[in-house]
Design a binder for this molecule. Sequence first.
Ligand code: SF4
Length: 371
Amino acid sequence: MHNTGSDMIAELETKGVSRRDFVKVCTIAAGAVGLPAWAGEKMAETVETAKRKPSVIWLHFQECTGCTESLLRTSHPDLGALILDLISVDYHETLAAAAGYQIEKSLEDATRENKGKYVLVVEGAIPVKENGIYCRVAGKTAVETVKRYAADAAAVIAIGSCASWGGVPSASPNPTGASGVSAVLGRTVLTLPGCPANPYNLLGTVLQYATFGTLPKLDEKGRPEFAYKRVIHDDCPRRAHFDNGRFAKQFGDEGHRQGWCLYQLGCKGPQTHANCSLLDYCETPGAWPIGIGHPCVGCTEQGIGFNVPIGVNLPIERPTAPMAYPGIHPEHGVVSASPVAVGVGGAVIGALVGAAVVASKKLSAEDSRKE
Ligand code: SF4
């Protein structure tokens, strides 16, 4: 049964999130994606007036399920519960109890009942080689499946590096022809690379999507600029060591133990567009590769992650950041990862569908303008 937006707010209140907290976090999130302060109030209204829980169809292809895991296994236990309470996840293979004909029927039923309204989230790469012998499920090839369910979706989101452009399964020699969703559909889809993608990038995107029917400004690869405009090196906490020539030379040496720059251990931070250095994973400070002493492998960057060996140094094209510090309206979005934000995340995702229809049309319009 679908809940209304006011039910969602009531549900949040039972979890200790007041409306005042709710509006406050919406305002912070609006700022994170570069919207003015009044947009936060509007976001709150959107959630409260939502008529029903939205339908989300989540497809898996070639991947490790890490994006789902990172979404549901946050250190704050309410996130997974809230999302599952507040949206209607009508099809998700990892979470489904059903199997075989039963789950195939649930997919058909969900897409028929929500035709043109559901959000299709794709996790995993699509194998395109050998006439679809890889990843064939219920007699359908992966290409047929993604095309079929994307056709009736209000919006398509590619989550993680595998769905973005192949990720791990596309590593040379890429025996299955693992490809990203945009490449397979032949059009731009909203793309959130990362291995796994940071769930708060999904939240920041969805907030704008749900409220205004617009997408955050995307780059030429479909990535929201608020999260992917700057390279990790620009905002890295080890940057001062790089600028002062203090480098770890071996794992475990004095420089490594002192927290010096990891460039000489193969760090790809200078070439990798992502906001990992600004947005904690699973609300755990320092829980990202460079934070725990491992060089960035470039997982969010097409052609670097899973293509360039970890220990190989790439040349630095831009030795200094374009500006030492982000401006007052930062290009990176920083969505509060507080428990309140967590609650709001579930609620706002719950308001997604109506706006997603509009946003999807805008994407199509943008595509046709490009053509
Ligand atoms: Fe940080 Fe890597 Fe840049 Fe060093 S090279 S400052 S570790 S991003």
